[in-house]
Design a protein. Structure first.
Length: 263
C-alpha cells in the first residue's frame, strides 16, 4: 500500500508526489484516484533527473567470436540523452557479454527484431552483431550465443548505411556487478480494492506484486552506488538502490516501469 515511507524507499521523488497532489487537488468527498496517475508523475520526474545505465536482469551469455581475446575497450555512452549537460560515462566492451534472455529466440515470432540465428542487431552505443549459433544445456535451455561483430560499426552505425531494427542493452562479463533486483508491481488486482463487488479485500491481492531476481548484472560503473541513488535501467524501468544494500550485496528496487502495463 502507498505510504510516504514506502514511496521514499522505492525511489519516488518528492517533486513527483507534489505534482501528483497538485493534479488531484483537495476534496471533502471520498474519491478514488487511478494509481497510474501517480506513476505517471514519477516517470515524468525521473525521466528528467535519473541517469541512464545498463542492467541485465536475466542474463544470457554472448561470445563475440571474432573479437580479440583478452581485449577490452571503453565505449562512451550518454548519461541522459535528453540532457546533454549531464555528460557521458564509460562502459567496458569485451569479447564476452551478457544480454537479456528474452532478447533471443530460436524461432522468432512475427515482428521480433532482436537476436535470432542469422539476424543482426545493434548493441547500444557499441557495434552491430550477428547471431550465428547457440548452445543449449541438457534440458534444451539456451545457455550461450555465438556472434560476430562488425568492427566498422563502432558507435552503433554502419558506414555502408545498412539499418538494423533492434537495439539491445548489454553488460561486459569483464566489468559487471551482481545485484538482487526486486520487481514491485501493484498490490491489488483491481483499481478500487475497497469495492467488494469485485471480491473481498484479500481476494483482490495481487499474488505477483513482488518478484525477486538474483544474480542480475549491472554495468561496472555502478559498483559504488549508494542507497537512495536512482537510475533508469535502459528498456527496463526506473530503479532505486535499497537501504538494505551492503558493500557485499547490492539490492535494488524497481520504482516504476518505463510505460504502464496495467490493464
Amino acid at each position: 500500500m502507498a505510504t510516504l515511507s514506502g514511496m521514499r524507499r522505492r525511489g519516488y521523488p518528492a517533486a513527483a508526489i507534489r505534482s501528483f497532489c497538485d493534479k488531484i487537488g483537495v476534496s471533502k468527498a471520498y474519491s478514488v484516484v487511478d494509481y497510474g496517475l501517480l506513476e505517471s508523475c514519477v516517470r515524468d520526474e525521473l525521466n528528467k533527473t535519473a541517469p541512464r545505465a545498463m542492467a541485465v536482469l536475466k542474463p544470457l551469455k554472448v561470445v563475440i567470436d571474432n573479437y580479440p581475446e583478452n581485449q577490452t575497450e571503453e565505449i562512451e555512452v550518454e548519461v541522459n540523452p535528453d540532457k546533454p549537460e549531464m555528460g557521458t560515462r564509460k562502459v567496458t566492451f569485451s569479447r564476452n557479454l551478457f544480454v537479456e534472455q528474452d532478447d533471443f529466440m530460436i524461432e522468432p515470432v512475427r515482428k521480433y527484431f532482436r537476436l535470432y540465428p542469422g539476424n543482426e542487431v545493434r548493441l547500444k552505443s557499441a557495434y552491430f552483431i550477428t547471431c550465428n549459433s547457440y548452445e543449449t544445456d541438457e534440458t534444451g535451455e539456451v545457455t550461450c550465443l555465438h556472434c560476430t561483430y562488425d568492427p566498422l560499426s563502432q558507435g552503433g552505425n554502419s558506414p555502408d548505411g545498412r539499418k538494423v531494427k533492434g537495439t539491445l542493452h548489454w553488460v561486459s562479463a569483464d566489468d559487471c556487478v551482481k545485484a538482487e533486483i526486486r520487481l514491485y508491481d501493484r498490490l491489488f488486482n483491481v483499481e478500487n480494492p475497497s469495492d467488494e463487488t469485485s471480491g473481498s479485500f484479500e481476494s483482490n491481492l495481487n499474488p505477483n506484486s513482488l518478484e525477486i531476481l538474483q544474480d542480475c548484472l549491472l554495468e561496472g560503473g555502478l559498483r559504488d552506488i549508494k542507497p537512495g541513488d536512482t537510475f533508469q535501467f535502459m528498456r527496463k524501468g526506473y530503479f532505486c538502490v535499497d537501504k538494505d544494500s551492503t558493500s557485499d550485496k547490492l539490492i535494488i528496487n524497481r520504482t516504476v516501469e518505463l510505460n504502464s502495463s496495467w490493464k
